[in-house]
Design a protein around this ligand. Structure first.
Ligand code: GTP
Ligand code: SPV
Ligand code: MN
Length: 594
């Protein structure tokens, strides 16, 4: 059998593991991904020849390709995702759990000979900038060209990663197989104590691009707990002021709740004219450490954006759109059959032609069809370096120092536009108490409110009560902590319309936060923390009256009492494991609301 792995590495741990995987899955050949462009070109060609990939218009969209997944395989599958720690208590009440023995046994039965007749690809990759002491190495084995092409955009692949690994055993073993794409045998197993991930019977995004949610969040949260750092579901952005100073903010919003959009926002004209600018460091994941000066530093471990397509357009997010102009993979959007370009809901008001194919591959005419052209969770995979507002610091090996951390969710009621925590532990409480409406990013019903602490409910690789404890411990190690805020762009009026215009206008809220960080404005202390004094939020150039803003910032005590009960119910699931500091914060909130 052809296996070129030993040509690239003499690392015994890698070679032995590949031998094991080959013995289990029985591929016809093994190809190591070297990270070079010529191999990638070859794989695109091969993917197109089998129909796995579709070539898009190379004149209008150079280097762009298209992929469709099975209609039953279009989002993360939270009910098929497991944390396989030895003790069930270490997975905690918010994760699905299987014992490592059971998961390995089940996985082996399904993986057995699953690659017969197929090619197995070995993808060495680095999460974080090459050479950074904070970066981590993974190797993903997969039988999917789509996965290889995506991982090549989303991570730093190939020889550079193998070089960093050297002869050590310090890498995350990721094994992905499409198997038969049988939904009833679909599993995403994480073995945090073994640095191992097994993904079976899926071919979609977060289930199979193992560097992303599986490694950079689920496994990395566990690593961070052991090693004293944090892995978070956060965008990272820099705000440049008219003096040219840049302050950095990280923000955790649940899936499909606005991270990519906030990370790339363009400030309203009145701020642009003054010289304000936003720089993107990352749009989904932040690895955060305490630096030598005691501040928290954030690194984006990824190299690309796996962004939600619907809703992205020249007005809402021109930077994301520009990032997808070349070398991008589109998944489950609609295709314009006249010129082989792509389309999705709200890209333009009306689709460019009646001659289109929808995300399932059916002929689609927007004039006669009542269905959507693109899947609501259709995505683009674009290289971060394509983004016009990418920060000069995005590959900095130490990361960027954080002035503020934001939590936020999608809430029609209850949460005001913005409020600030009284201190670090109160901020952790606010994060732990987050709730948000579910979205199309995960399988299941959309629009249902659920508690999603720190936007990490589906991504924490160990007991979430201990994860909160880890946040508290991080805060005890330094007195140079960022300020913590909570935002809600999604409050609605009696007609169900969003009250706040969102997108670029969110800059107005960021500006207030920075002023708070610099002690330049006062705020009003209310039951839940600090809210802006109405005149301190700059509404210049925005068609919104003070009354509407007042309404956006108002706190309905009855709704908050209901929420406090919801938080208590959530905490109770942990059987006394929630840190006392957070229990006390909950008591304070309840007292404040009395
Ligand atoms: P993941 O990639 O799943 O983690 O999502 P994300 O958090 O990066 O969300 P994204 O920025 O892709 O936005 C998801 C959806 O929310 C898109 O349809 C956006 O158009 C919409 N959205 C983003 N920001 C805002 C906002 O400020 N207001 C409103 N109303 N909608 C927004
Ligand atoms: C999310 O769901 O938060 C995503 C997309 O960023 S996925 O890679 O599928 O997790
Ligand atoms: Mn995400």
């Amino acid at each position: 059998m052809n296996n070129n792995t030993s040509k690239f590495t003499k690392n015994k741990y890698v070679l032995n593991w590949i031998d094991e995987v080959v013995a289990l899955t029985n591929p016809k050949e093994v190809i190591l991904i070297d990270g070079g462009e010529s191999q990638i070109k070859q794989l695109r060609k091969e993917g197109c020849s089998t129909g796995e990939m579709i070539e898009l218009n190379q004149k209008k969209m150079p280097g762009c390709y298209y992929h469709r997944t099975k209609p039953n395989d279009v989002a993360r599958m939270e009910d098929r995702t497991f944390i396989c720690s030895k003790d069930e208590i270490n997975a905690g009440p918010t994760n699905n759990w299987k014992s490592p023995e059971e998961a390995y046994k089940l996985g082996k039965e399904i993986f057995k000979n699953s690659m017969t007749g197929r090619t197995m690809y070995v993808i060495p990759y680095c999460m974080g900038p090459i050479g950074s002491p904070f970066s981590k190495i993974g190797i993903e084995v997969t039988d999917s060209i789509y996965v290889v092409l995506n991982m090549h955009i989303m991570t730093r692949t190939g020889k550079q990663a193998l070089n960093m690994l050297g002869f050590t055993n310090d890498f995350v073993r990721g094994l992905h197989g499409k198997c038969t794409l049988d939904e009833t045998k679909r599993y995403i197993f994480h073995f945090p104590e073994d640095n191992t991930i097994w993904s079976l019977n899926s071919a979609y995004g977060g289930n199979v691009l193992l560097g992303k949610k599986c490694f950079a969040l689920r496994i990395a949260t566990y690593m961070g707990k052991q090693e004293g750092w944090m892995a978070e579901h956060m965008l990272i952005l820099g705000i440049e002021n008219p003096k040219g100073e840049i302050k950095y903010i990280a923000a955790a919003f649940p899936s499909a709740c606005g991270k990519t959009n906030l990370a790339m926002l363009i400030p309203p004209e009145i701020f642009r004219n003054k010289g304000y600018k936003i720089w993107t460091v990352g749009d989904d994941i932040a690895w955060i450490r305490i630096g030598d000066d005691g501040r928290l530093y954030a690194v984006n471990p990824e190299a690309g954006f796996f962004g939600v397509a619907p809703g992205t357009n020249v007005k809402s997010n021109p930077n994301a759109l520009a990032a997808t102009a070349r070398n991008t993979i589109f998944t489950n959007v609609a295709i314009n059959k006249d010129d082989m370009t792509v389309w999705w809901e709200k890209l333009t008001n009306t689709p460019p032609t009646e001659n289109m194919e929808d995300w399932i591959g059916r002929p689609w005419n927007y004039k006669t069809s009542t269905e959507k052209g693109a899947n609501p969770n259709s995505r683009f995979t674009a290289p971060a370096k394509n983004c016009p507002c990418i920060s000069s610091e995005w590959e900095s090996s130490n990361g960027v120092p954080l002035s503020a951390i934001i939590f936020g969710g999608r809430r029609a009621k209850t949460a005001p536009l913005v409020y600030q925590s009284r201190d670090w532990n109160h901020g952790i409480f606010i994060g732990s108490a987050m709730a948000s409406e579910t979205t199309a990013a995960a399988n299941g019903q959309v629009g249902v409110i659920r508690r999603d602490p720190m936007a990490m409910l589906p991504f924490c690789g160990y007991n979430m009560a201990d994860y909160f404890g880890h946040w508290i411990e991080m805060g005890q190690k330094t007195d140079k902590l960022p300020k913590i805020f909570h935002v809600n762009w999604f409050r609605t009026n009696e007609n169900g319309d969003f009250i706040w215009p969102g997108y670029g206008e969110n800059f107005r809220v960021l500006e207030w936060m920075l002023k708070r960080c610099e002690n330049k404005v006062d705020a009003k202390e209310v039951e839940i923390g600090y809210v802006p004094n109405i005149d301190d939020l700059n509404l210049e150039g925005l068609d919104m009256d003070k009354e509407t803003l007042n309404n956006l910032l108002s706190i309905d005590k009855n709704l908050w009492l209901e929420d406090a009960n919801g938080i208590e119910e959530f905490y109770n699931k942990f059987n006394g494991r929630i840190p006392t500091e957070l229990q006390n914060e909950l008591e304070t909130l309840k007292n404040n609301l009395k």
